[in-house]
Design a protein around this ligand. Structure first.
Ligand code: PMP
Length: 380
């Protein structure tokens, strides 16, 4: 298996980062300018967030020491759940230690054999794995294709149906047609869930995410999952929705019940990050200006942009070898942009996954464009 992976240019390799998530990093001992993280608002190393983390550790210690249902659920966790519910306009929110676990927990708690899950073909791996462990039957509809979903919904279903989709697709950066998906799900009496890992903090008038941007409330999207390790700069995740939903998850989601709570200091840091999101809308506006700058520049250079208005700006080059060669050439010029290849993305859609952050400067974006322009021309 390993030999085959190497031969297919699909071998995954880790690099060692010496400092915080920020554009200028030292990785594997060499300075680079990174366009690959998900710290979209530049909060992972924000002084107020770091200070809140330290204060949280001073007050609560480092480890939570127990699961939420034992005695790991601190005042900090509780306040964060209330703040996340208010932020997203839902009745309640429930913390999970990671987004991956949140997705597994929802599917396992709500579904069983005989139920079915309908998912966008490009959904994140954690949603696919969630469907698999739930025992329900997984069927996938064509990417962003509401009519294909309707076709599946029209097939007879013996029991319950859950429709789930990424809000912003993690490898493409485009936004799901959530209003129409919500409508069709409701007409078919199916649950509807949105994983807004990449929209939260970035989209919407107050940064509350894709649902805010599209003005969708809890009746239209009863299940919202958001992660804290991306735009909010910390770690962990939450599910938000009705009181009944949250109580059901507390009672039966195994990835909630049987695991240690996230450190309380992380909850304190996330509360501080939410405060920055509220107090500094200019971070979000600035990020969207950088996105426009990148897209305009890339279009002028004839780079293979995808249909995305979010900080995820992939350049689809097609063949795995083309993507890895470009990524390596960029690294030789001091730019860190990962190649994303099958099986993470469909065959022949290998890409460079450029991500932008409010921590980047316009000059850094220009520099990336200049180098990309040069390399892309010499490669194609
Ligand atoms: N959903 C999506 C769409 C993601 O991109 C990710 C993380 N890459 C996750 C879920 C998992 O979140 P976490 O990293 O908190 O496990």
């Amino acid at each position: 298996m390993l030999r085959q992976r190497r031969a297919d240019h699909g071998y995954r390799q880790r690099r060692i980062l010496e400092g915080p998530q920020q554009p200028e990093q030292v990785i594997d001992g060499r300075p680079v300018l990174a366009f690959c993280g998900n710290d979209y608002l530049g909060l992972a190393a924000h002084p107020a967030v770091v200070a809140a983390f330290k204060a949280g550790a001073n007050r609560y210690g480092v480890g939570a020491g127990a699961a939420h249902l034992v005695n790991g659920h601190t005042r900090a966790h509780h306040r964060l759940e209330e703040a996340l519910a208010a932020f997203t306009g839902r009745d309640r929110a429930l913390l999970f230690s990671t987004g991956y676990m949140a997705n597994l927990g929802v599917a396992q708690a709500l579904l069983r054999r005989g139920d079915r899950v309908l998912q966008d073909r490009l959904n994140h791996a954690s949603l696919i794995d969630a469907a698999r462990i739930s025992g329900a039957r997984l069927q996938r509809y064509r990417h962003g294709d509401v009519d294909d979903l309707s076709r599946l919904l029209a097939q007879p279903a013996p029991q319950d149906t859950l429709v789930s989709t990424d809000g912003v697709f993690s490898m493409d950066g485009d936004i799901a047609p959530l209003a129409a998906l919500a409508d069709r799900s409701r007409q078919a009496d199916a649950w509807f869930m949105v994983d807004d890992a990449h929209g939260l903090g970035v989209l919407g008038a107050t940064g509350a995410g894709t649902l805010e941007a599209l003005e969708l409330d809890q009746t239209q999207v009863p299940l919202l999952m958001g992660t804290l390790g991306k735009a909010l700069g910390t770690a962990g995740a939450f599910v938000a929705g009705s009181d009944d939903l949250i109580e059901t998850l507390i009672q039966s989601a195994r990835t909630y019940i049987y695991t240690t709570a996230m450190p309380a200091a992380v909850a304190e840091a996330t509360l501080a990050a939410l405060e920055v999101v509220h107090q500094e809308p200019e971070r979000r506006e600035y990020l969207h200006r950088l996105i426009r700058q990148f897209r305009t520049g890339a279009a002028e250079l004839g780079l293979p942009l995808m249909d995305s208005t979010t900080p995820i700006q992939p350049l689809q080059v097609g063949h795995t070898l083309a993507a890895t060669t470009l990524s390596e050439a960029l690294l030789a010029q001091g730019l860190l942009v990962p190649a994303i290849r099958p099986p993470t993305v469909p065959p022949n859609t290998a890409r460079l996954r450029v991500t932008l952050s409010a921590a980047h400067t316009p000059d850094q974006v220009d520099h990336l464009l200049t180098v990309l322009g040069r390399l892309y021309r010499s490669d194609s």
